[in-house]
Write a protein that binds this ligand. Structure first.
Ligand code: MG
Length: 272
């Protein structure tokens, strides 16, 4: 059986606005010790969404918010995001774990207060949910590997009846994406193309590309997610990483015989 593993944010779901709002609230906790469910300035949200590609894990949004509020230069944020994060964390004397907790608590508070509003702030990319359902109907093993906390991803996916079981949703606590892919590939001997992984973050795909034991995993950069033109060009020049458009992904769910762009030119692959 073929496994298709998908990242969540920036592949299935556009959560940039939600992340901006949760980060704003988390940033208030960082600065004042408490979060208020108040109005988030629209200019802040716009700038946050523009800078969204720098974020690897949600809690870093608290620090990106700090940079935006203090009007750091966008070019510096883009080129030095991780060292700026370290500097700010040192200045506030907070560890990664505290930031994760602060961020999760701010988001939890929002969910408790207004679950419908929270869900409405997320937009699923058009066609992704139906494509996952179609692939499931065709017996493709689906997994979701995200740096989001699992409870948040499950809550968003819950209403869709995707038939992706809970144990195929891997969240922040389950290690890096490389760790999870190593576990998936140990379930069955991996052959070329038996595991496909789609993520919108090029650096993540590059790390997986360089991980021993994951040589057989086919890697796709979701061009519709949080990445820049320059990153898509870098992916195109990489022999291991393929750039995938949303239209191409949707075709994976539609076409018979089932065929992926990377399948050999001669044989199309029937999976039923
Ligand atoms: Mg992503």
């Amino acid at each position: 059986m073929r496994t298709i593993a998908l990242d969540f944010d920036g592949v299935i779901c556009d959560s940039a606005e939600e992340l901006a709002r949760s980060s704003w609230m988390g940033n208030q906790v960082l600065n004042t010790g408490k979060s208020a469910l108040d109005t988030v300035p629209i200019d802040f949200i716009r700038r946050f969404i523009e800078l969204r590609p720098v974020i690897h894990t949600g809690f870093e949004g608290i620090l990106l918010a700090e940079m935006i509020v203090n009007d750091f230069d966008d070019t510096d944020i883009r080129s030095d995001f991780s060292s700026l994060c370290s500097q700010l964390a040192a200045r506030f004397r907070v560890e990664r774990e505290e930031l994760i907790e602060m961020f999760g608590a701010a988001r939890d508070r929002w969910i408790d207060d207004d679950i419908d509003g929270w869900i409405r702030t997320h937009q699923f990319y058009p066609g992704t949910i139906d494509t996952i359902k179609r692939l499931r109907e065709r017996m493709v093993d689906l997994a979701i590997i995200t740096t989001k906390e699992k409870r948040f991803a499950s809550r968003l996916l819950g209403p869709f009846d995707l038939r992706v079981s809970e144990d195929r949703v891997f969240g922040l606590a389950e290690g890096t994406k490389s760790d999870v892919l190593l576990r998936l590939s140990s379930e069955a001997p991996a052959t070329a193309g038996s595991i496909i992984f789609i993520d919108d973050r090029l650096e993540t795909l590059e790390t997986i590309r360089d991980t021993t034991g994951l040589e057989m995993v086919e890697l796709y950069l979701a061009s519709w997610g949080y990445n820049s033109m320059e990153q898509r060009k870098r992916a195109e020049a990489d022999s291991r990483i393929n750039v995938l458009s949303l239209g191409e992904f949707i075709e994976w769910g539609k076409n018979k015989p089932y065929r992926l762009p990377s399948d050999s030119q001669t044989a199309s692959l029937e999976i039923q």
